[in-house]
Design a protein around this ligand. Sequence first.
Ligand code: GTP
Ligand code: MG
Length: 392
Amino acid sequence: MPKTAYVRTKPHLNIGTMGHVDHGKTTLTAAITKVLAERGTGGGTRYVPFDRIDRAPEEAARGITINIAHVEYETDTRHYAHVDMPGHADYIKNMVTGAAQLDGAILVVSAVDGIMPQTAEHVLLARQVGVDHIVVALNKADAGDEELTDLVELEVRELLTAQGYPGDSVPVVRVSGLKALDGDPRWTAAVEALLDAVDTYVPVPERYLDAPFLLPVENVLTITGRGTVVTGAVERGTIRVGDRVEVPGAGLETVVTGLETFGKPMQEAQAGDNVALLLRGVPRDAVRRGHVVAAPGSVAPSRRFSARVYVLSSREGGRTTPVSTGYRPQFYIRTADVVGDVDLGATAVARPGDTVTMTVELGRAVPLEPGLGFAVREGGRTVGAGTVTSVG
Ligand SMILES: Nc1nc2c(ncn2[C@@H]2O[C@H](COP(=O)(O)OP(=O)(O)OP(=O)(O)O)[C@@H](O)[C@H]2O)c(=O)[nH]1
Ligand SMILES: [Mg+2]
């Protein structure tokens, strides 16, 4: 089947839904795609039903760090990749490690239930990881009493203000994902209003387009007769078909012979795009998830770094006991999963809930730089979140 090329006619943004469990994030995500698909002027938007969002096959294939369902849609002025994180733990993990890379977020709050613990936690975390623009969807407005909904709106604005957001001016839109999915005109109009708010309130972020190209590899696939394809989100820079790239971890240099986004061929990809790169003459086993594809000579992998690390409290799903020098957890850095030896220096111990400075010696070298976020995991759960402060 011939494929239609991806034409960059609109700025691309990464957005996502956050909020307490069951407040309707996935339902609203489905409703957004349905409303835009039926609007007709939505261009590339295809309706993604609820059960395709929660159980997107990519989700399983992407493995445990990127447990995210990506949905693509277009408004009149923008192209969005929307992430709907399936659960609270995934949200924390994907936000602290930067995997979600949100330019803006839709905070979903049930008008019936109001602010719940995870509503507050997600706002706090969004602030900490630098999500500067939040639009509020007061969902389930079909089931909520109007006066009660007014109170919930007030509460949400106060919460946002308390966390350093401009709570008085943040757009708050009353929606019903469920009724919009049913095609009820009152509520499809409400979803349109929510999208208008996102279009106008969330600015197009400044992209690191001039930096050397870097793409953390999320997945590696083989396309029979064509070669090896790597997928992931472009972290910085731009790439065109014909450009030379290197995979430092694999010790190879090659040429990009094909470029696609959401199944559509493209001439040039840039920071923020979700892409697949076809690499010339690369054996399937040479490249792995966790490697990066980069402009030749632009990154030098290292094993040693210093970091500030927040040790999750047991309430957040973290450890119940302190850690000390000699602790040897897994470090999730970009898409890489590497074991590391922790040295806490003079601090000696870090208790759940503490933020500490540590040096780490990784089991193998990965590209590192100050400011890079990562997660610390053991036994399949996240126990810490950190930021690299210096390398070497
Ligand atoms: N009345 C009403 N119910 C809704 C609405 N949106 C979602 N629901 C219901 O609320 C429940 C949870 O919806 P989901 O979309 O799965 O919520 P979620 O936030 O994605 O939940 P998690 O992913 O588990 O955190 C489901 O039973 C939905 O049918 C709405 O606008 N109105
Ligand atoms: Mg959901």
